[in-house]
Ligand binder design. Sequence first.
Ligand SMILES: Nc1ncnc2c1ncn2[C@@H]1O[C@H](COP(=O)(O)OP(=O)(O)OP(=O)(O)O)[C@@H](O)[C@H]1O
Length: 301
Amino acid sequence: MEHVITVKNVSKSFGDVQAVKDMSFSVQKGEIFGVIGPNGAGKTTTLQMLEGISKPTNGNIEVLGLVPSKHLRELNKRIGVQFQATAIQKKMKVKEALDLFSSFYEKTTQRDYLIELLGLDEKMDAHFEDLSGGWQQRVTLALATLHKPELLFLDEPSMGLDPHARREMWSMIRLLRGQGSTIVMTTHYMEEAEKLCDRVAMVYNGQIKALNTPEALLNQAAGQSLICESDGLDYDDVVSLPGVIRVEREGGRFKVYSDDQQKTACHIFNYCQDKQLTLTDFKFEKGSLDDLFIHYLEKGQ
Ligand SMILES: Nc1ncnc2c1ncn2[C@@H]1O[C@H](COP(=O)(O)OP(=O)(O)OP(=O)(O)O)[C@@H](O)[C@H]1O
C-alpha cells in the first residue's frame, strides 16, 4: 500500500495550548480520508501542518515524499487546498477567479474539464458574492484543483450546504478521486464521513481516538449501546452497573452505553430479577458514528 502522507509522533503547541498531541497516522494513495472532531479538536492545525502552512513543534511529517514545512514551493505544485469562501473577493467574477488562480500554476490542464464537471459555464460572469453557498463551494473546489493535484485538502467542503447540494458535492469529490487524486477532508457531518470517506480519523483533544473504515467504526459503535425498558428501573442503579459509561432516559426507557455490551446485558437481567422487575423491552441497538463520537467526548480524555 503506497502512503502519500506519513505523520509520526507529531505535536503542535501554541504557547500553553497543545493543539495536537503525539499524533501518528498515514494516508493511502487514492483514498478519501476524513478527519472528524468537535470544535477545537485540532483538525485545522493538523491540516495546516500537512499543507506546510505551519511547522510541527515535535515529530515528523512526510507528504508526497516531501517535508511540507521545508519544501513548500515544490509541494504547492502537487497539492490543492480548498480555500474558505470568505477568502475570495466578493466582487470577483467566477471567470476572473479562475484566471487569477490559473496564473499561480504552471499547468492548468483540467480547467475545461472542471468547468464542465462543476457546471460553471453558466456562472462565469456571476460575482462570487451573488452565488449560493453550493455554487461558491463548487468554485472554490475548481480553484483548488485547476492544476490536477495529486493530493487535495478540503476543510469542511459541504459546510452550510443543503442536503441536495451536499450530495452533489460528494459526487464531485468522488469524481476527483476517480481521476487519481487522494483526498483529505475535515467534516462535522457524521453522515458525510460515513457515506463519502474510505477511512475516518476521530480527533478529540488533539489526539486520534479512533481510525478505521466507517464500517469498522460502526461495528465498534454497535457494541456499545442497548435499550431496556421497565417501569421500576432506577437511573442511579443502572448507571452504576459494570461496564456502563452513560445512560440516557426517557420515562422507563433507557439507552445504556457500555464498554462491554454482553456483560452489561447480564447485569441488567440479574438486577431486574433481584428487584423483581419486568422488562417490557430489551434490545442491542445498532450504533452510529454519532454515538461513538459522543462516547469519546464524554470519556473526555
Ligand atoms: N494560531 C493559534 N494560536 C493559538 N491557539 C491556536 C491557534 N490555532 C489553533 N489554536 C488552538 O488550538 C486548538 C485546536 O484548534 P483547531 O483550529 O486546530 O481545531 P479544529 O478541530 O479545527 O476546530 P474547528 O472545528 O472549530 O475548526 C484550539 O484550542 C485552538 O484554540
